[in-house]
Design a protein around this ligand. Structure first.
Ligand code: 5GP
Ligand code: ZN
Length: 135
């Protein structure tokens, strides 16, 4: 995709703070980090989102994230870590090239990567299960 910024970054046409690279992925520091070390796993090939990306590529992205997570734990001494992956504008995706956020977490870092729980009835949960599983 010639006009995709993450294609250009992933393929080295635009410089970035790269913390890991292999044949298929580049991991860069996020320009607007939630916390110290917030990074993005970018596949070098363009896929818009989870719906488009092939299974083996998304599996590869998670493998890379695990490797980088271990390095972050050791080097940044984070207390925890969130993997976040947004798909579609409604879900908060702003760059339409698949990316996996690696967000190291620190005690009292002031971030809230959580959701507001709701309280569906058992019947509502059963109905949703039935829709998803064709029951
Ligand atoms: P999304 O909201 O699509 O899941 O996340 C996009 C992320 O990309 C944001 O966290 C944003 O700060 C980051 N970002 C956007 N443009 C650039 C860029 O040009 N370089 C880098 N390193 N990060 C970017
Ligand atoms: Zn792209």
């Amino acid at each position: 995709m010639s006009d995709c910024i993450f294609c250009k970054i992933a393929n080295g046409e635009i410089p970035s703070n790269t913390i890991y690279e292999d044949n298929d992925f580049r991991v860069i520091l996020d320009l607007g980090p939630a916390t110290k070390g917030h990074a993005l796993v970018l596949p070098k090939k363009h896929y818009a989102d989870l719906f488009e990306i092939p299974e083996e590529t998304v599996a590869g992205a998670v493998k890379v994230a695990k490797k980088v997570a271990g390095i972050m734990k050791e080097k940044l001494e984070c207390d925890g870590l969130n993997l976040v992956q947004n798909n579609g504008e409604t879900a908060g995706q702003t760059v339409m090239h698949f990316h996996l956020h690696i967000i190291p977490r620190y005690k009292n870092d002031g971030q809230h990567i959580l959701w507001k729980p709701t309280s569906p009835s058992p019947e509502e949960l059963t109905e949703i299960k039935n829709i998803i599983t064709n029951a």
